[in-house]
Design a protein around this ligand. Structure first.
Ligand code: NAD
Ligand code: WQD
Length: 338
């Protein structure tokens, strides 16, 4: 089976490519490298000993996408291609709506023209909004998002669901990721954010490797056990495995199905810093700062549905996540840049 990874050179896409290739699938990647490097796909090939067909193109470019579908018989698409920086989305909402929604519409149009009926979509816990209480369940209504990025995910979920109502052959799997961290255990691929990291784990890793002075912990007065926010961190290889199982599910079913992918265990910011220090025997300088706008005190997943229907379960613990992050960062202090 041939799987098209839209945005496949990125953090989650590259790890999913490894999982798919290891499981015997053929992989085609399309990416415009707006937040990634071609080197990531080269490393995927090196790691797996398999070839990846790669297209440097914008997923919004319909003619380019038509050519990719004409040259490859695609059985299923995984749509990772999105802009994802929450703060930036507040500054540049139109760019976020344009990129994220247009990529989805273009993929759906070209899939319909080409007779490809299966798509797995990178959604996010953010669609649960500000009012739902943790643990989040797929049966909960989507909520009010606190930023344009979150709204793009919520809107794209609606677009994909509407498409399955109209097209009875279409199969959509919405994967709501919680907080992906970690790296492939080889340390050859990992998260390589451009500029100042927005997310906690890459920030910690860059402090540990000496690229940044210290971590600022955003708030220690939340109503949580230690006052810092709690999240459901999930190893990126567990997430990648979830995509392999979602593809298997998508090709055998029709309509829309939603799955949370999280471990169900919340950890605080201080838990993460302490676990990183302990697992890697390295000091992480930090200070407490003010709260970051839009942060919720805590949320985590109920992933029973993914367990029951997909047979998926997260296998890596927090120590694995911290060790594998550091293995990648210490071997690649500047990320994919030589
Ligand atoms: P990433 O930025 O590393 O990967 C996204 C990839 O898509 C990048 O390689 C980028 O160059 C590419 N891309 C973006 N727009 C494109 C376009 N128009 N045409 C072609 N390529 C394009 O991000 P990631 O962390 O791997 O996330 C993958 C997906 O998962 C995103 O949709 C993101 O919103 C979603 N998600 C991520 C997280 C997270 O914390 N990392 C959590 C929930 C959901
Ligand atoms: C985690 C915790 C911060 C950086 C975001 C998106 C979400 C999803 C995953 C895409 C929070 C704290 C962080 C720092 C800190 N992405 N923190 N200092 O905000 O839970 O989720 O990424 O869909 O939609 O919102 O993840 O890694 O940014 O933050 O103290 O320098 O770490 O306040 O409590 P978040 P994060």
């Amino acid at each position: 089976m041939k799987i098209l990874l839209a945005g496949g050179a990125g953090y989650i896409g590259s790890h999913t490519a490894v999982a798919l290739l290891d499981a015997g699938y053929d992989v085609v990647v399309v990416d415009n490298y707006c937040n990634s490097s071609p080197e990531a796909v080269k490393r995927v090939e090196e790691l797996t000993g398999k070839n990846v067909v790669v297209y440097a193109a914008d997923v919004k470019d319909k003619a380019a996408m038509q050519q990719i579908f004409a040259e490859n018989k695609i059985d299923c698409v995984i749509h990772f291609a999105g802009l994802k920086a929450v703060g930036e989305s507040v500054q540049k909402p139109i760019a976020y709506y344009r990129n994220n929604i247009d990529t989805t519409l273009t993929l759906l149009e070209v899939m319909a023209e080409s007779g490809c009926h299966n798509i797995v979509f990178s959604s996010s816990a953010t669609v649960y909004g500000e009012k739902n209480a943790a643990p989040y369940m797929e049966t909960m209504e989507r909520g009010t998002c606190s930023n344009p990025y979150g709204w793009t995910k919520s809107m794209m979920e609606q677009i994909l669901q509407d498409a399955t109502v109209a097209d009875k052959d279409l199969s959509v799997v919405l994967l709501r990721y919680f907080n992906p961290i970690g790296a492939h255990e080889s340390g050859m691929i990992g998260e390589d954010p451009q500029g100042i990291p927005n997310n906690l784990m890459p920030y910690i890793a860059q402090v540990a490797v000496g690229r940044r002075d210290k971590l600022t912990i955003f708030g220690n007065d939340y109503p949580t056990p230690d006052g810092t926010c709690r999240r459901d961190y999930i190893h990126v290889m567990d997430l990648a495995d979830g995509h392999v199982k979602a593809v298997d599910f998508a090709v055998k079913n029709k309509g829309t199905e939603i799955f949370n992918l999280g471990t169900g265990t919340p950890y605080s910011v201080l838990d993460i810093v302490n676990a990183f220090e302990k697992s890697n025997n390295i000091k992480v300088n930090y200070e407490f700062g003010p709260r970051r706008a839009g942060d919720l005190p805590e949320f985590w997943a109920n992933s029973d549905k993914a367990h029951e229907i997909l047979g998926w379960v997260a296998k890596h613990d927090l120590e694995d996540m911290c060790r594998d992050t550091w293995n990648w960062q210490s071997k690649n202090p500047q990320g994919y840049k030589k």
